[in-house]
Design a protein around this ligand. Structure first.
Ligand code: SF4
Length: 177
């Protein structure tokens, strides 16, 4: 696939994510789509590792193609790579999500709101640290990243996220023709 097509798809995914996130605050149950995304992301991540992160994840594409334009691109604190912190965030987010989904089960508008609130909150945090540091700083503490790192069946494969997509595509342009 050509780099221009890859970039075009990335921008499309990123823009669609933003539009959907805003629309979900006005149209009930749209945010259930995010539940589907999380599920698909976890499944792909479990079997294919960073394939999901590097090329499909809407938040990753948002960082690669939009956030990068306003990011200071400074190195992020090493503490973001701390295993305890990564697990704490994963357990906290999973617990909040599962608990709220269970108590609202059957009321799909309420369940949708649970996902929407969580996705909006984490997107704001991801954007803030992505502006302060490198665009993909959030990817260090993302729960899916933690799953990939410690539970992915793709052990031994390259597990690192591509932090600078522009640079990566330029260096590997011969592979994308
Ligand atoms: S680490 Fe999380 S936010 Fe980053 S690309 Fe992967 S799934 Fe998306």
């Amino acid at each position: 696939m050509k780099t221009s097509v890859i970039k075009g798809l990335g921008v499309f995914i990123a823009m669609s994510y933003l539009v959907l996130l805003i629309a979900a605050w006005f149209i009930d149950t749209i945010a259930l789509f995010f539940a589907y995304c999380i599920l698909v992301g976890v499944i792909i991540a479990f079997f294919k590792g960073r394939l999901w992160c590097n090329w499909i994840c809407p938040r990753g594409q948002l960082a690669d193609y939009l956030l990068i334009k306003i990011s200071r691109r400074k190195p992020y604190p090493e503490s973001l790579k701390n295993t305890t912190l990564q697990f704490l965030i994963m357990f906290f987010i999973s617990s909040v999500l599962i608990y709220n989904v269970i108590i609202n089960w059957g009321n799909w508008v309420a369940v949708s709101r649970v996902f929407l609130t969580l996705i909006t909150f984490t997107t704001i945090i991801a954007a803030l640290i992505g502006i302060l540091f490198k665009p993909r700083s959030w990817c260090n503490i993302c729960s899916i990243a933690t799953i990939i790192k410690y539970a992915s069946l793709k052990k031994g494969e390259k597990q690192e996220v591509i932090e600078d997509k522009e640079d990566y595509l330029e260096k590997h342009k011969d592979e994308f023709k």
